[in-house]
Every structure is written in structure tokens, then in C-alpha cells.
Design a protein around this ligand. Structure first.
Ligand code: ZN
Length: 136
């Protein structure tokens, strides 16, 4: 078994943005030379998230509407006394910062309607996503 690490760098200009990174991860798998194993996609930031779901334009708006209604921007958050981005931290906390996905033939074994997304919640920022590939 081998373990390889790749990095995906994202330059995001909006405060909140959903980015489909499925093709980037499959490209990293193809370059790795490994055929079968698992891949972990990990965001190194506490105001962003990584999740798997369907890439449908209505749903993309629904995800954003949901997190903004669950964690309103104008809550009475203690963290806002020092940083003014508590909403971004709390949204990240709810969704999570990584996903682990099996792969075969150098391609993620996702369901037909599944994609992998990076969710920026405190942009504009430059972000780094760690792709750890484990397999043979
Ligand atoms: Zn903060």
C-alpha cells in the first residue's frame, strides 16, 4: 500500500461559495498511479467545509439557504467580539471538514448523482485542500 498527498489550491472571491471539486480529485487519482483504495479530502480551515451531495443548481441554492437559516449571520455570537466570523465557524462545525471516499480504476466510487464539494463560508480567501490517497 502507498500513501500519497496532493494539495488543491482554491482562490475564492466570494464570501460564500460552493465549488465542485470532483474532477480535481479524480485528476489527482489518475496522476497518482494508484488503482484502488480510499481517498480523503480534508480542508485545513475552520470556516469552510467539504461535503458530498448532488450538483443540481436548485439544490446548490437550497444548501446555502439551509445553512444560513440554521446559523444566521446576525446571531449573538461570542466569537464575533474578536473575529466577526462566528457564523462561518459554526456552519463549518455543522457540516464537517473532510470526506473519505473509496476509489477503483483511479476514479472515486461515487453514486450516479454524487459530487464532492468545497464550501467556502468566509471568503474571499485562498484555501488549501489536502487530498490523501491510500491504496495500491
Ligand atoms: Zn474566527
Amino acid at each position: 500500500m502507498q500513501i500519497l498527498t496532493e494539495y488543491l489550491e482554491l482562490k475564492i472571491i466570494d464570501r460564500i461559495k460552493i465549488i465542485d471539486i470532483t474532477q480535481n480529485i479524480n485528476a489527482a487519482l489518475a496522476e497518482s498511479g494508484l488503482r484502488m483504495g480510499i481517498v480523503n479530502i480534508y480542508s485545513k480551515h475552520s470556516t469552510s467545509a467539504v461535503f458530498i451531495n448532488e450538483n443540481e443548481s436548485g439544490l446548490l441554492d437550497d444548501y446555502l439557504n439551509l445553512i444560513q437559516s440554521l446559523v444566521p449571520s446576525n446571531g449573538n455570537y461570542k466569537h464575533d467580539r474578536i473575529d466577526n466570523n462566528a457564523d462561518s465557524h459554526l456552519r463549518s462545525f455543522i457540516i464537517g471538514n473532510n470526506e473519505t471516499i473509496p476509489f477503483q480504476n483511479a476514479k472515486m466510487s461515487l453514486g450516479t448523482w454524487q459530487s464532492v464539494f468545497f464550501l467556502e463560508m468566509d471568503g474571499p480567501r485562498n484555501r488549501k485542500v489536502t487530498i490523501t490517497i491510500m491504496g495500491d
